[in-house]
Design a protein around this ligand. Structure first.
Ligand code: HEM
Length: 383
């Protein structure tokens, strides 16, 4: 099978029952699988809340390793809107010309380097580096900070394998404490200073709240971007004609980006906690139990997407939910889309072909379902 084929493990369950079940540290999750149901539940924050115990809406649950609330992600309306208003404009900065120019420079250098090598292990040597360097633009901090972030490796924020490891998360918390202290002493134009100066409903954010925003910005955009970049490279390696088409029809570039994000759905699902006894697809959901909104499954729903299991590179109508839906839709989407846009344009400009030499797939287990989300490692040769 092609390396860039990502099959849909939820198809049968979605069609037959609408729900998939999995256990997670004795706090089971009923995964909502259909596109319509996912959107309906995402919209209904009163019954399916994000503002439960910190860490509980994440699957695997992080309640045992974290007590800091991630903001605005683990807050429900109306407070959610007040927090989000503080950061919304900041997260639109990727649309600025200078930001894009910097991103072009960063990605150009990485591709040039890759072209000189016989083989590149894309996860660690390319995507992690790209993700970390690009994040310095979002934080508006010196480029050199990316070296620290790269040195943490891909596993520092992961909640699989070793990941439910409070010691590892502490590296990030200590780093953030230090950076906040520096920005208090020396306010500048960086994200920390912006948050330190911000007010929500007339009150300054507490250090705890600021940490909640910063931790989320680090972790929300890590694996997701790494997988989006790596999987897109694997796709273009095996489908050079698609790259050629975008080159000849640049007007389809934005459609292509949305389609790749739909197809790969880098974040499989995200939880919610029921506030009352209710039901989804005729399945009883008890108060204080968890559901999850399975974005990956919804994005393959054949009642919404024609040829749902294919990459249709110029798909025009594409109501995918890879970046979430409604209240909590992804704040980092502008940054992520800009990365993919610059990456594709740079590939068109500089690269003739990409070969996949070796790949080790990263498979998530969700109860009876096994889903490929990306690669643990993948060697490529850029020509
Ligand atoms: C929210 C996916 C990149 C920061 C979300 C949600 C999804 C998602 C599905 C909704 C979660 C929910 O409803 O509970 C993705 C994907 C990405 C990506 C697929 C890359 C391809 C990023 C980046 C950042 C980021 C780069 C920041 C650097 C956030 C934040 C939220 C969020 C802060 C919470 C927004 C809120 O609660 O109002 N993301 N994300 N994401 N994402 Fe992303």
């Amino acid at each position: 099978m092609a390396k860039c084929t990502f099959s849909d493990p939820f198809e049968k369950a979605r069609k037959e029952v609408g729900i998939g079940e999995m256990d997670d540290q004795n706090d089971p999750v009923k995964m909502v699988l259909g596109h319509k149901d996912v959107r309906r539940c995402a919209h209904n924050h009163k019954t399916f809340q994000s503002g439960a115990e910190p860490g509980r809406i994440v699957v695997p649950s992080e309640v045992n390793i974290r007590d800091i609330r991630q903001i605005p992600f683990e807050v429900d309306p109306p407070q959610h809107g007040s927090y989000r208003a503080v950061v919304e404009d900041w997260f639109k900065r990727p649309l600025e010309e200078e930001y894009t120019a910097q991103l072009e420079k960063q990605i150009g250098v990485l591709i040039d380097e890759a072209l000189t090598k016989d083989s590149v292990e894309v996860i660690n040597e390319f995507s992690l580096v790209l993700q970390s360097r690009a994040l310095t633009l979002l934080f508006n901090v010196p480029f050199s900070e990316s070296e620290t972030w790269i040195s943490w490796g891909t596993h520092v924020f992961r909640s699989e394998e070793t990941a439910l490891d409070a010691g590892k998360a502490q590296v990030l918390y200590d780093y953030i404490d230090k950076k906040l202290e520096e920005s208090k002493q020396n306010p500048g134009d960086d994200f920390y200073s912006k948050l330190l100066a911000a007010e929500v409903d007339g009150k300054k954010l507490t250090d705890e709240e600021i940490k909640g925003v910063v931790v989320l910005t680090f972790s929300g955009g890590r694996d997701t971007v790494i997988n989006a970049v790596t999987n897109s490279l694997a796709y273009f390696a095996e489908n050079p004609a698609s790259l050629e088409r975008i080159k000849n029809e640049p007007e389809i570039l934005n459609f292509a980006i949305e389609e790749l994000v739909r197809y790969f759905s880098p974040l499989t699902h995200m939880g919610r906690v029921a506030t009352e006894d209710t039901q989804v697809c005729e399945h009883a959901i008890q108060a204080d139990t968890r559901i999850s909104l399975n974005w990956a499954s919804a994005n393959r729903d054949a009642t919404v997407f024609e040829k749902a299991n294919e990459v249709v590179i110029d798909r025009k109508i594409n109501p995918h939910v890879a970046f979430g839906f409604g209240t909590h839709n992804c704040l980092g989407a502008t940054h992520a889309r800009q990365i993919l846009k610059v990456l594709i344009k740079t590939l068109i400009k500089k690269v003739d072909s990409i070969e996949i030499l070796e790949a080790d797939e990263n498979i998530e287990t969700l109860g009876e379902f096994k889903r490929k989300v990306g690669f643990n490692s993948i060697q490529m040769k850029f020509n």
